[in-house]
Design a protein. Structure first.
Length: 594
């Protein structure tokens, strides 16, 4: 028998797909979680008119009828944060799918609920503070070894500070009290390893910094030409089949992040199945341990309820902020924000709001901005002044690859890096299919400075010269199409050859090749420097009447093309030999003065 009073109950008066309208909800608040009907469907209030509440239901609403009960839980949609998050697979509202399958089988019933964090599993807590210590919000009380490659730091919850009254090492569940803090008013706060946080509110920090250090991905076209900074934002738009998902997988595996949160938001079920099957089998390249020991997956496929798709983005970024607050570098991959925007459009249409461009709600841009603005490099709460990083990378799937799509345009106004995927390059088996003429990175100048200091003083010059060659190649190809290759001067022909080498021998990368799948910054510099030095020396040789045809057929060019397959441990020695041969072979072809 329910103990909820009739005053706290509402009744359904309208059902429109995932949207349910109930009256008698005067005591409820915006964004409250509600339970709909005796089936206990989970929903969230998204609009209030008097005592009428519009509710987006996160489960299938078939079979609901007017008059059924709606009960407010008087709390916003929140996620559970604590040990046990890493390696888990959740749905859009943080229900653990593996646990649901054990209880419900492969066909999960509506209204099924399981706690996001296991309440029975125990963790070995090691304190880092002592009784009598003064602590403030965000201070680290102790650690739990969650996986072999990640220590989970237990922090003082926001808005709590005072003196440690009790704390001791031991084995606890996430709900057990691990410490007692007494504040200035003498009030006791029992601290457990479990925190809850509303997903639509960003977690607090002290201050935000301007990103200046690159997120190293091992993908040459990204790191060298269109880098993303740690704490930055990037978008990967492209048509079907252009390689968005493969790039997301590569970034999840190779990016220099301590924790990866991967959100499959509205993508096809078979694509998400590939992720769920592949990720547990992948090894982390840095530690050799399974990649899932630093990964959290949120699976919300296109056949799941559309409202949960809208929530999944916020669920993912709140979990990512929690690990950022520990001082970790976190990357969040959202695939794709277009499907999330479609969920916004459907709910907005059922609310009968005034539509914007192509039926999307007028607030599409501001909602996208709210998501991406939660990325950044911050000084975390706490007295130790630690910094944490959250990098947000979103895939965009515009219909037919049309970048005038409102989601793509709104995203481009917000993000700082744009990796434009080209279906023509993808069909040519050029991976990653990032179009070097239409992509850009607004972090290039800052990251060039970092690269010049950390890798080589000539990095920025090499990158600029290579980009100029690629741009000139496009112009020269137009001339070739009009009047033929023979109309070009030897210097212009050399530019075409040099640009082709950059495209085929540097930008092209095989994500399934054991060595070529990842390239360190040092190796990227050696490769680009070798190719550009061949070009520089060849230009000099042509100015001294060298034979163009002999220059471009030199054996060293084949050796340069195979640099990508040289293992990291041998690259420095091979580079010294190759660069020496570049200089000597070209010099041997310069005519001697009589």
């Amino acid at each position: 028998m329910s103990t909820i009073s009739s005053r706290e109950q509402g009744r359904i008066i309208k059902i429109s797909g995932p949207l349910v309208v109930a009256d008698g909800m005067r005591d409820a608040n915006m964004f409250d979680i509600v339970r709909v009907s005796d089936k206990n469907l989970i929903g969230e209030i998204i609009e209030m008119h008097g005592d009428q509440a519009s509710i987006q239901v996160y489960e299938e609403t078939a079979g609901l009828a007017p008059g059924e009960i709606v009960v407010s839980q008087h709390e916003p949609l929140s996620v559970e944060l604590g040990p046990g998050l890493i390696g888990r697979i959740y749905d859009g509202i943080q229900r653990p799918l593996e646990e649901l399958v054990k209880i419900e089988g492969t066909n999960i019933k509506r209204g099924a609920t399981v706690k996001a964090l296991d309440r029975t599993k125990t963790w070995n807590f090691k304190p880092l503070v002592a009784i009598g210590d003064q602590v403030v919000a965000g201070d680290i009380l102790g650690e739990v070894k969650e996986t072999e490659i990640l220590k989970h730091k237990i922090m003082v919850p926001p808005k709590v500070s005072g003196t440690i009254k009790e704390i001791k090492e031991g084995v606890y569940t996430v709900e057990d009290t691990i410490a007692v803090i007494v504040d200035l008013k003498g009030q006791k706060h029992n601290i457990s390893m479990l925190q809850k946080w509303p997903v639509r509110i960003g977690r607090p920090y002290q201050k935000k910094f301007s990103p200046s250090e690159p997120l190293i991905t091992g993908q040459r076209s990204i790191d060298t030409f269109f880098p993303v900074a740690k704490g930055g934002t990037a978008a990967v738009p492209g048509p079907f089949g252009s390689g968005k998902t493969v790039i997301q997988h590569q970034l999840a595996k190779w990016a220099s992040a301590d924790v990866v949160v991967y959100i499959g938001c509205g993508e096809r079920g078979n694509e998400m199945t590939d992720v769920l099957n592949e990720f547990p089998e992948l090894d982390d390249p840095n530690s050799g341990r399974p990649l899932m020991e630093r990964t959290i997956l949120i699976a919300n496929t296109s056949d799941m309820p559309v409202a949960a798709r809208e929530a999944s983005i916020y669920t993912g970024i709140t979990i990512a902020e929690y690990f950022r607050d520990m001082g970790y570098s976190v990357s969040i991959m959202a695939d794709s924000t277009s499907r999330w925007a479609e969920a916004l459009r459907e709910i907005s249409g059922r609310l009968e709001e005034m539509p914007g461009e192509e039926g999307y709600p007028a607030y599409l841009g501001s909602r996208l901005a709210q998501f991406y603005e939660r990325a950044g490099m911050v000084q975390c709460l706490g007295s130790d002044q630690r910094s944490g990083v959250l990098t947000a990378i979103g895939a965009v799937s515009p219909p037919g690859g049309d970048l005038s799509d409102p989601v793509a345009q709104s995203t481009l106004r917000i993000v700082q890096v744009f990796w434009s995927l080209d279906s023509a390059l993808a069909y040519q088996r050029h991976f990653p299919a990032i179009n070097w003429l239409s992509s850009y990175s607004l972090y290039s100048e800052k990251i060039d400075k970092w690269m010049n200091e950390q890798i080589s003083a000539s990095w920025s010059k090499l990158r600029r010269d290579a980009m100029v060659l690629l741009q000139e190649e496009s112009e020269l190809q137009e001339i070739v199409r009009l009047v033929g290759h023979d109309s070009l001067s030897f210097l212009d022909r050399l530019k075409l050859e040099a640009a082709r080498s950059i495209r085929e021998d540097f930008l092209h990368q095989n994500s399934f090749h054991e060595i070529d799948t990842y390239t360190s910054l040092k190796k990227q510099f050696y490769m680009l420097n070798s190719l550009m030095n061949f070009y520089y020396d060849a230009v000099d040789a042509l100015s001294k009447n060298a034979d163009y045809n002999r220059i471009i057929k030199l054996p060293i060019r084949d050796e340069l093309a195979r640099m990508k397959y040289i293992p990291e441990e041998k690259i420095e020695q091979s580079y010294q030999e190759l660069i020496g041969r570049v200089h000597s072979e070209i010099a041997d072809n310069i005519p001697r003065e009589v």
